[in-house]
Design a protein around this ligand. Structure first.
Ligand code: PBG
Length: 326
């Protein structure tokens, strides 16, 4: 056959150098955001059983961890608190001496260049494990909002660089923006978990953050995995309310949503590569069933290809190590 009859796509795949030249998407260490689970107490480094390689760390051990991150070139972390005490209204989330507030002050003092993103939610701090206050057996939207705003302001006061509200109450961007502005934090951006599905992929996180709801589920506030158009309504309202970044979560099963939101909104798009996505890969790798490095790089580049600018991922340290090696 002559090459008039068909097109030779393989020409551009002929060597490593050729493939590198025509590669359309890349993972950079600067794209990665690493989650940290911080506990009260001293000298605690406890591996999360369902997340090999991920630890709950006490406050006194985070400096060592962050030195390691800085060496790898990872420039941002998202903080989750694992408090000793919980109550009905999640006081630990907005207390000046809350675990995330203490951690933020310490990190910003010792590592001023590291970007600290504060996850703004109540579920790790409430005795019932829901993301807001309970009224008539459901999470009350408007009463939860004022506590969320209080949480955001206390995190900003502690030095957080970015506020990331994740509880899926309607109007959270509006009330948080207003509260931050009134408290003098007009310069602090909001990274909104705009599109957050009620997902079974969060299972291991709830072990790590000790935030499994005591009754019911999160389906009255998190989204139905079957829905697509609903994601566009969520993203549009968060944009109108002033979000600076949009998070889509989980990532891997929702690449179609990432792509569409990328097309619709010109802000940085963040994919949250969640705990269950991490645990599945780790479990298969530990069994020797897959090539962990190749698989992780493939899944992260698929998130970039879908349109994500940034990726929150438990694989961040491994990926940064591999990128350094190559
Ligand atoms: C809620 C929150 C959750 C995650 C991040 N923030 C869990 C939930 O809604 O139950 C999940 C992250 C993951 O699975 O990695 N504060």
């Amino acid at each position: 056959m002559t090459n008039k009859q068909f097109r030779r796509h393989r020409r551009l795949r002929s060597s490593t150098t050729m493939r590198a030249m025509v590669r359309e998407n890349h993972i950079r260490t600067e794209d990665l955001i690493y989650p940290l689970f911080i506990m009260e107490g001293e000298n605690i480094k406890r591996e999360v059983p369902s997340m090999p390689g991920i630890y709950q760390l006490s406050l006194d051990l985070i400096s060592g961890e962050i030195q390691e991150l800085e060496k790898l070139g990872i420039s941002s972390v998202i903080l989750f608190g694992v408090p000793n005490e919980k109550d009905e209204v999640g006081t630990g989330a907005y207390h000046e001496e809350g675990i995330v507030q203490q951690a933020t002050r310490k990190i910003k003092k010792e590592f001023p260049n590291l970007l600290v993103i504060a996850d703004t939610c109540l579920c790790e701090y409430t005795s019932h494990g829901h993301c807001g206050v309970i009224k008539n057996h459901d999470v009350d939207n408007d009463e939860s909002l004022s506590l969320l705003a209080e949480t955001a302001v206390s995190q900003a006061k502690a030095g957080a660089d970015i506020i990331a509200p994740s509880n899926m109450m309607d109007g959270f961007v509006t009330v948080i923006r207003k509260a931050l502005d009134e408290a003098g934090f007009t310069h602090i951006p909001i990274m909104s978990y705009a599109v957050k599905y009620a997902s079974a992929f969060y299972g291991p996180f709830r072990d790590a953050a000790d935030s499994t709801p005591e009754f019911g589920d999160r389906k009255t506030y998190q989204m139905d995995p079957a829905n697509r158009r609903e994601a566009f309504r969520e993203a549009a309202s968060d944009m109108a309310e002033g979000a600076d970044f949009l998070i889509i979560k989980p990532a891997l099963s929702y690449l179609d949503i990432i792509r569409e939101i990328r097309e619709q909104h010109p802000v940085p798009i963040v994919a949250y590569n969640v705990s269950g996505e991490y645990s599945m890969v780790k479990a298969a790798a530990l069994n020797g069933w897959i090539d962990e490095k190749a698989l992780v790089l493939e899944k992260l580049v698929s998130m970039k290809r879908a349109g994500a600018d940034l990726i929150i991922t438990y694989h961040a340290k491994d990926v940064a190590t591999w990128l350094k090696e190559s």
